[in-house]
Ligand binder design. Structure first.
Ligand code: ATP
Length: 239
C-alpha cells in the first residue's frame, strides 16, 4: 500500500530525515513513535506532498508519487489528517465533511457513494452528527479533532496519515479517539499513526517503527515493541 524508500527531506538547508524506509501494508495500522523533534511529522508531510523530499521514493499502491503536489497525492487515495486540527472554521460540520470528499471528483478514482459515506462518518462520530449544522470554528478542541479525522475518512482513502489525533485533548476524549481508530481499523482502513501516547498507539497497531534523529532506529510487530525493554524505558513511560 505505502512504501517509503530511503527518504531524505527537510526544511531549506536543514535536513531532518536522513534516509527513512518503512512500509504500511493494506488493511494494517502502523505506528511511528519517537521523541519530540525526531521527524515524525516531517515524514508524514513528505509522504503527503506538503514538503518535497530531496532523495528517496514514496510509492502508493506501487505508483511512485514522490514530489507530486499534495492534491495529486490526495486524488490517488491518501488522506492526511495533520497535527493541529485544520478545519474550516466558518463552514458547518457537514460542509467540512463534504469538502473532504472533494478530491474524489477531480481525479480518476471511483467517486463512490458520498452520501452513504457521510452517513457512515456520522455513525462513527455521533458527536458530529448532533452538531452537523454548527460552524466548525465553534466546536470544542476534541470535536474539531474528530472532524479532522472524519473529514479525512470522507476521501474514502486507501490510506490515512493520522498525526497526533489526541493532541491537547482531555483523557476521556483521548479514549474516544483511540476507540474510533480501532473501529476504522475494523472497517479495513489502512493507517499510519503518529501519537504521543505511544503505548496506546502500539496497542491499536499491527506494526511499529521507532524514529530517532531522522532515522529509523528499531521496528517490529507492535506486540514486540510494547514488550521491548529499551522501547518501554524510552517511550512508554516505563509502563
Ligand atoms: P513532535 O513529536 O514534537 O511533533 P516530530 O517527531 O513530529 O516531533 P518534526 O515535527 O518532524 O518532529 O520535526 C523534526 C525537526 O524539524 C525539528 O527539529 C523541527 O524543529 C524541524 N521542523 C519542523 N517543521 C519545520 C518547519 N516548518 N521549518 C523548519 N524546521 C521545521
Amino acid at each position: 500500500m505505502l512504501k517509503i524508500d530511503s527518504l531524505y527531506a527537510g526544511y531549506g538547508a536543514t535536513e531532518v530525515l536522513h534516509g527513512i524506509s518503512l512500509e504500511v501494508p493494506r488493511g494494517k495500522v502502523v505506528s511511528l513513535i519517537g521523541s519530540n523533534g525526531a521527524g515524525k511529522t516531517t515524514t508524514m508531510r513528505a509522504v503527503s506532498g506538503m514538503i518535497k523530499p530531496k532523495k528517496g521514493a514514496v510509492l502508493l499502491n506501487g505508483v511512485d508519487v514522490t514530489g507530486l503536489d499534495s492534491h495529486r497525492i490526495a486524488r490517488r487515495g491518501l488522506a492526511h489528517s495533520p497535527e493541529g486540527r485544520r478545519v474550516f472554521p466558518t463552514l458547518s460540520v457537514i460542509d467540512n465533511l463534504l469538502l473532504g470528499a472533494f478530491p474524489r471528483f477531480t481525479g480518476n478514482r471511483e467517486k463512490g457513494d458520498v452520501h452513504g459515506d457521510l452517513e457512515r462518518a456520522m455513525e462513527l462520530f455521533p458527536r458530529l452528527k448532533e452538531r452537523r449544522t454548527q460552524l466548525a470554528g465553534t466546536l470544542s478542541g476534541g470535536e474539531q479533532q474528530m472532524l479532522a479525522m472524519a473529514r479525512a475518512s470522507m476521501l474514502n482513502p486507501d490510506l490515512i496519515l493520522l498525526d497526533e489525533p489526541s493532541m491537547g485533548l482531555a483523557p476521556i476524549i483521548v479514549d474516544e479517539v483511540f476507540r474510533i481508530i480501532a473501529r476504522l481499523k475494523e472497517r479495513g482502513v489502512t493507517m499510519l499513526l503518529v501519537e504521543q501516547f505511544a503505548g496506546a498507539a502500539l496497542a491499536v497497531s499491527d506494526y511499529g517503527y521507532v524514529m530517532e534523529n531522522g532515522r529509523i532506529s528499531a521496528h517490529g510487530p507492535a506486540e514486540h515493541l510494547l514488550h521491548d525493554p529499551a522501547v518501554k524505558a524510552a517511550y512508554l513511560g516505563g509502563h
